[in-house]
Design a protein around this ligand. Structure first.
Ligand SMILES: [Zn+2]
Length: 179
């Protein structure tokens, strides 16, 4: 009689422990975060990979191309982590432009081809030049996003951690955007 009662009590407890614990763990592990490439290409915060870095989504509004949120709207990560932080990005956008030219050269070569007997090479020069100007705002944003992503690490559990110390200790609020 007592045996039956003991089983009836212990069994559900045992079951709930074994069933709920692995399930909970799995749920937090399964929370999908976008990959590095997608984060960078969509100009999102490198720390949480969710917040938008730029205040205005349209990169072709010339006055606000590089206008960034001071902090990530989702996790609070500052976007300008030291004075003149984005100074080096001109090298990055230069590099991206070179990569773009090389890719368009190869694509033109495969699709259109080059010849000494006509102007196909000069057509490529023209088309490539126009395309390069057209994507300039995108490259400017991408180079800043890339730059920040090399200094701020992805933290899938950012809610439980403080912002990386080394990514905020050199901030001088009076000097922000002042270079
Ligand atoms: Zn963030």
């Amino acid at each position: 009689m007592y045996d039956g009662a003991a089983i009836a009590i212990t069994k559900p407890v045992f079951l709930t422990i074994t069933l709920t614990l692995p399930k909970r763990k799995k749920m937090s592990d399964n929370k999908k975060h976008p990959g590095y490439l997608i984060t960078v290409l969509s100009n999102k915060c490198p720390r949480c990979r969710e917040g938008h870095l730029y205040t205005y989504s349209n990169p072709y509004k010339l006055s606000t191309i590089t206008k960034m949120n001071e902090r990530c709207p989702i996790c609070g990560q500052p976007t300008e982590i030291e004075v003149g932080f984005y100074y080096g990005t001109s090298y990055v956008s230069y590099f991206l432009a070179v990569v773009f030219c090389a890719a368009s050269f190869i694509a033109w070569w495969l699709i259109v081809g080059f010849s000494f007997e006509d102007n196909r090479f000069f057509w490529w020069l023209g088309v490539n030049g126009v395309a390069l100007i057209a994507i300039q705002p995108l490259l400017m944003r991408l180079s800043r996003t890339l730059w920040l992503s090399w200094f701020v690490k992805f933290d899938p559990h950012w809610k439980e951690h403080d912002i990386q110390k080394e990514s905020i200790e050199r901030i001088v609020p009076e000097q922000m955007g002042n270079w």
